[in-house]
Design a protein around this ligand. Structure first.
Ligand code: CP
Length: 339
């Protein structure tokens, strides 16, 4: 994995992350800067998107670059990833060629590939983005796999804009109900970046079966030790919300039932009361409310919470544009020129 990649924020130093966010703020002030004139980026989407696709395409345009969008299995060949694979299924292309060919055309490759939701022991290896990084000769950007590092940058930027110094601020990452089991990526990412920023982080979820993968629980603990923050898991809604400065909502499927979603469904259905509402927010210290979007209104949070002046969901989504421009420019060595 030789070129500088952006697979996880944990590969980047905290000072490097802060510089990215500072550059994003500069780009927000002066959005059109042709730092990447005539450069190209491949955006490879194995899954749908609104924000990620639009913000990368617009961001590339504003930097003077061109984005090529590819959707394997839908206009681009289905792709195989395993070494030694006998490709007698649907895939016509192997990542060994796909990543190398895209590297011939493009200066960056960004990839979105969600887990397959059948076997967490396989999904947790994050092998698709790692295969791209291994075979590409240009930097690879994670547009969401089992983590969502671009969202982390946008989230940290929004939190900083609203709350200033984040150290010691109480942050609640709350599980919420959703009719389908969703990816743990944003929850993993939120736990990592909030602890990185020195916040006192509470992971609020119905019970231990909704704990994150031990890799991310342990990383959050280590981050907190290094930053002077804290990381704890709680199943008590009232005490988790008490005095909070930030509430971040996300739904995810229980790893304890991974791939056995019919068995998980009654557990999930019994916890609809985790919805973020005005009563819970009233316990906080006038907390900001965040969500990565898309979000189901009145399922994850009430209209009143989404429409409150303390909601920063639109700012965070807007920041995706700014942080990804800073990231693209930095990965291609144009960072010194940002005004
Ligand atoms: N938050 C986010 O990544 O949005 P999209 O899925 O619409 O890209």
């Amino acid at each position: 994995m030789t070129p500088p990649h952006f697979i996880t924020t944990q590969d980047w130093g905290i000072d490097e992350i802060r510089v990215l966010i500072d550059r994003a703020r500069s780009l927000r002030e002066s959005p059109v800067q042709h730092l990447l004139k005539n450069r190209t980026i491949a955006l490879v989407f194995f899954n749908p998107s609104l924000r990620t696709r639009a913000s990368f395409e617009v961001g590339a345009f504003q930097l003077g670059a061109h984005a090529v969008v590819l959707e394997p299995g839908k206009g681009a060949w289905e792709m195989a990833f395993n070494d030694g694979e006998v490709m007698d299924g649907e895939a016509e292309e192997h990542v060994r060629e796909g990543a190398r060919v895209l590297s011939e055309y493009c200066d960056l490759i960004a990839v979105r590939r969600f887990p397959l939701f059948a076997d967490w022991s396989i999904d947790r290896q994050d092998h698709v983005i790692k295969a791209f990084a291994r075979h590409a000769s240009v930097p690879v950007i994670n547009m969401e796999t089992i983590t969502h590092p671009c969202q982390e940058l946008a989230h940290a930027m929004a939190l900083g804009d609203r709350l200033g110094d984040l150290r010691g601020k109480k942050y609640v990452l709350t599980w919420t109900y959703h009719p389908k089991p969703l990816n743990t990526a944003v929850a993993n990412s939120a736990a990592m970046i909030a602890t990185r920023m020195g916040m006192d982080v509470t992971l609020l979820c119905p019970d231990e079966r909704y704990a994150l993968d031990e890799r991310y629980m342990n990383t959050a603990q280590k981050n907190a030790q290094a930053s002077g923050g804290s990381f704890t898991m709680s199943h008590d809604i009232d005490s988790a919300y008490d005095g909070a400065h930030a509430v971040y909502a996300k739904s995810w499927g229980s790893l304890a039932f991974y791939g056995d979603w019919e068995r998980e469904k009654p557990v999930r259905d019994a916890n609809k009361h985790f919805i973020v509402d005005e009563t819970k927010m009233a316990r906080t210290s006038d907390a900001v409310f965040g969500h990565c979007l898309p979000a189901r209104r009145n399922v994850k949070a009430t209209d009143a919470v989404f429409d409150s002046p303390r909601s920063m969901v639109i700012e965070e989504a807007a920041n995706r544009l700014h942080v990804q421009k800073a990231l693209m420019a930095t990965l291609l060595g144009a960072q010194g020129e940002i005004r």
